[in-house]
Write a protein that binds this ligand. Structure first.
Ligand SMILES: NC(=O)c1ccc[n+]([C@@H]2O[C@H](COP(=O)([O-])OP(=O)(O)OC[C@H]3O[C@@H](n4cnc5c(N)ncnc54)[C@H](OP(=O)(O)O)[C@@H]3O)[C@@H](O)[C@H]2O)c1
Length: 337
């Protein structure tokens, strides 16, 4: 697979989101199946793997995903970029500890679960009001100096936050919600990141399955499946978003690709610094998504697709503006159910 840069970290142009093996999309596969899925992705050429300390909470087992990913990557650890994320909890700082101590605790616990002595890309999962982002940037700078992390990033942030922190310790990547139906990042995040050599790692790049065209009004979402709450997937919005899915379907037919692949190929063509991390629990679909690297749009095809998309109204918007997320993050608790 072709490579792209997240700051100074070189990665395959499509990465792999590993969350679904533990959390967020209903029943999880058997461990052996998940380990094999990660191995197959690596064999295909994927070198960016995304996890977080919290993936696994629904099973009252935070850290489950890091353990799984660490185990799967062990045979080829040095050849991949391993990304994980942390949340800071109010009680950790009330105990009179410094932000550096608190972050180091999180990183040490993650590295133990991941069975590694460094993390390539360490993200603040959400900003909060407990610690100024400038302080987080300083802490990250120290961790880089100590060789414990190779680069750092933040998730769901505004360009103002990015600007404040990038000046202190250069940011490698920002991980925000981005897809054909969630295009807020196009206004400020992409232009700023391109200018400042920062990678953009979209999460939910297939809009939680919507852009595969395979979710129908009859699809059942069970257990902790977040798709129960994704507004674009409500019965009414699924029907209302059909014109956009029809456009994708047409392109898929013409290009002998799948709709999910077209949605990824579109963003790869659009931005040189984008590295999507589609998530799937299914080995075939993981390879299908990574295979989007072989679907190339000509400039004319891209322009026609872009203008067709621009003419579509998207129904349902997940949004996730930073201020709303902060309110949630300010009250984060270690024992959050
Ligand atoms: N920073 C954050 O706050 C944040 C938030 C959410 C996620 N993430 C990260 O981003 C990664 C990707 O997010 P996501 O999992 O929401 O992405 P996504 O790929 O947009 O959505 C995953 C959902 O789409 C389905 N899907 C994926 N590819 C498909 C295909 N080709 N055909 C049909 N269905 C398909 C999956 O079903 P199957 O499993 O059945 O294939 C799953 O239900 C996560 O794994 C996680 O690492 C980060």
């Amino acid at each position: 697979m072709k490579k792209r840069l997240l700051g100074t970290l070189e990665v395959s142009e499509i990465g792999m989101g590993c969350m679904g093996f533990s959390h967020g999309y209903g029943k999880v596969p058997e461990e052996e199946y998940s380990l094999h899925a990660i191995e197959k992705a690596y064999e295909f050429g994927c070198t960016l793997f995304d996890t977080a300390e919290t993936y696994g909470r629904e099973m009252f087992y935070p850290g489950h995903n890091e353990e799984l990913v660490g185990k799967a990557l062990a045979p080829f650890r040095k050849h991949v970029v391993l990304a994980t994320k942390f949340h800071l909890c109010p009680e950790e700082l009330e105990e009179g500890r410094t932000p550096y101590d608190a972050v180091l605790d999180h990183l040490t616990a993650s590295m133990n679960r991941l069975k590694t002595d460094y993390v390539d890309l360490y993200y603040l999962h959400r900003t909060n009001d407990l610690v100024p982002v400038e302080t987080i940037a300083e802490v990250m700078g120290k961790l880089i100096q100590k060789g414990l992390i190779r680069g750092w990033g933040m998730s769901q942030v505004s360009v103002d936050t990015l600007r404040k922190t990038h000046e202190i310790t250069p940011v490698s990547a920002v991980q925000n919600l981005y897809s054909m139906v969630e295009r807020d990042c196009e206004k400020e995040i992409f232009p700023y990141c391109i200018e400042n050599h920062i990678g953009v790692v979209p999460f939910s790049p297939i809009a939680s399955g919507l852009l595969s065209g395979k979710v129908t009004v009859d699809t059942k979402f069970e257990g902790d499946d977040v798709r129960k709450f994704v507004p674009q997937l409500s019965k009414e919005n699924l029907a209302a978003n059909q014109p956009l899915l029809d456009i994708l379907g047409e392109y898929a037919k013409t290009k002998a690709a799948t709709a999910a692949q077209i949605s990824l190929a579109w963003m790869l063509h659009k931005y040189p610094n984008v590295v999507p991390i589609p998530g799937s629990k299914n080995q075939e679909r993981i390879l299908e998504n990574l295979g989007a690297c072989n679907v190339t749009l000509t400039d004319e095809e891209f322009a026609a697709l872009e203008s067709a998309l621009n003419a579509c109204t998207v129904y349902g918007h997940r949004g996730h503006v930073e201020s709303e997320q902060k309110a949630f993050s300010n009250n984060w608790r270690k024992d959050q159910p």
